[in-house]
Write a protein that binds this ligand. Sequence first.
Ligand code: UD1
Length: 424
Amino acid sequence: MNKLYIEGNKKLNGNVLISGSKNAALPILFMTILTKEKIEISNIPKLTDISIAIKILRSLGIKIVNKNKTLYIDPSVINISCPSYNLTNKIRASIWMLSPLLTRFGKAKIFFPGGCKIGCRPINLHLKGLIELGAKIVENENYIIASIQKPLQGKYIYMEKVSVGATITIMSAAILARGLTIIDNAAKEPEIIDVAKFLNTLGANITGSGSNKIYIKGVLKLHGGFHKIIPDRIETGTFLIAAAISQGLITCYNTEPKHLTNVLKKLSETGAKIQTGKDWIKLDMKEKKPKSVNISTSPYPGFPTDMQSQFTLLNSISSGKSVIIENIFENRFSYVTELIKMGAKIEIKNNYIICKGIPKLYAKNLFSTDLRGSATLILAGCIAKGITVVNNIHHFKRGYESFLKKLNKLGANIQYINNNFSIF
Ligand code: UD1
C-alpha cells in the first residue's frame, strides 16, 4: 500500500468539506501541557502529524479520548518531561513542547524536532526568545535542555525574522511569566490568532495577535475550556487549485474565505470565477483555459509558501510564462523535477523558477519528497495524460485528511497499489 495509481484526464467537480487546520491544531495540542484542568478541542483533523502529537502527549501521561474529531484531554498528570526521540523526530511541531514543559516543570529536555525537508529550518529564534525571558538553554548534537531557577520574566522581544513557530514558542512561554511580554515583528498567521484565542479561553491575557505586535500579560494559572480549531486554509487552497487545473468547478465548505484573501486574488487573476459566502468558496474554471500568474511567497498576509507548489502546477498548464519566487524556505522546489519529468517547461534558478505553460502533462512514475509537493504531484496525476504512479505517499497523509477519498468524490480515480505492481 505504498504507491498511488492515478488515472489522468479528469475534471474535478463538486463539493468538499474542509477539515480543521493542521498548523493550528498541532501547537494547540502541545499548549495543553500548560494547564492541569480538562480541555475539549473540536474540529481536530485526522492526520498522521496529529496522531503523532497525541502519542507524544499520551507518552507523557496526559489522558486523551478521541471521539468524532473532538479530543477530551486531561493534562492533570504528567509523569515524564522528556518525550522519546522516536516520536519527536517525526514532527517539526514537537518543538512547541519545549516551553510548556519548561514552564510546568522548571526543566525540559527535548530531542531536535523533525518535519519536512524544505530547508535547514533552524530553531535559533525559539531558543533566543526563551533565553530573553530568562531560561538557560544547553544544546548538544541531539537534544536541548531548557531550565529556569525562577519564573520566566516578561520582556520586549523583537523578532529578527518573522517566524510562525518562534512566535508561538515565545507566546506560550510568556503566558505564565511575570509581567508583560511584547513580541514585536510577530507572525500574523490565522493559526497564531487561533492559538492565542485558545490560550485566552484558558485564562491567558493575550492581545494583538494577528498584528505584528503581540502583548502578553503574565497570569498565575490557566484553567480548562473548550476550543474549536479553525478550518485549514491550505487544504482549501489545494482543492481550489484542483478545480482550476482541471477546468472544473469545486465548492469548499466549512472554510474561512478571509484567511485566503491573497490566494483568491491570484486565482481570480488566472481567470477563475470565484464566489464566497460566510464559510464557503466556489471556484469555477469551466470551459476556460487558465492564465499563468507570478507568485512571490511571504509571511501572512502575503502569499503562503505552503501554496507555492500547487500554483506551479497550475502555471505549468496555463497560458503564458510566469515566475514563482520562494522567499521563506531555501529548498522548496524538489517537486519541480517531477513536474519536469511529466513534460512541464520549468527552469529552476536559485530561489525562483520560470515556468512556460504547456497544453498537457504526461503521466510518469513520480517520487514525492514533502507534504505540499506530494499533494501537488497527486493533483498533477489527475489531469495528466495516462496513468501516473506516485511513490513515497506517507507525505500527503501528514497534512490532508481523507485526501484521496475527497478527490475521488470530486471525480478523480486514485487507488493504492502495492510495491510489486508495475505499469511501465
Ligand atoms: C510553519 C508551518 C509551515 C509553513 C511555515 C511558514 C507549522 C507546523 N508549519 O512552519 O507549514 O510553511 O510556518 O508559513 O505550523 N526560522 C529561523 N529560525 C527559527 C525559526 C524559523 O531562521 O528559529 C526561519 C525558517 O528557516 C524560515 C522562516 O524563518 O526561513 C519562517 O519559518 P517559520 O515561520 O518559523 O516556519 P515554521 O514555524 O517552521
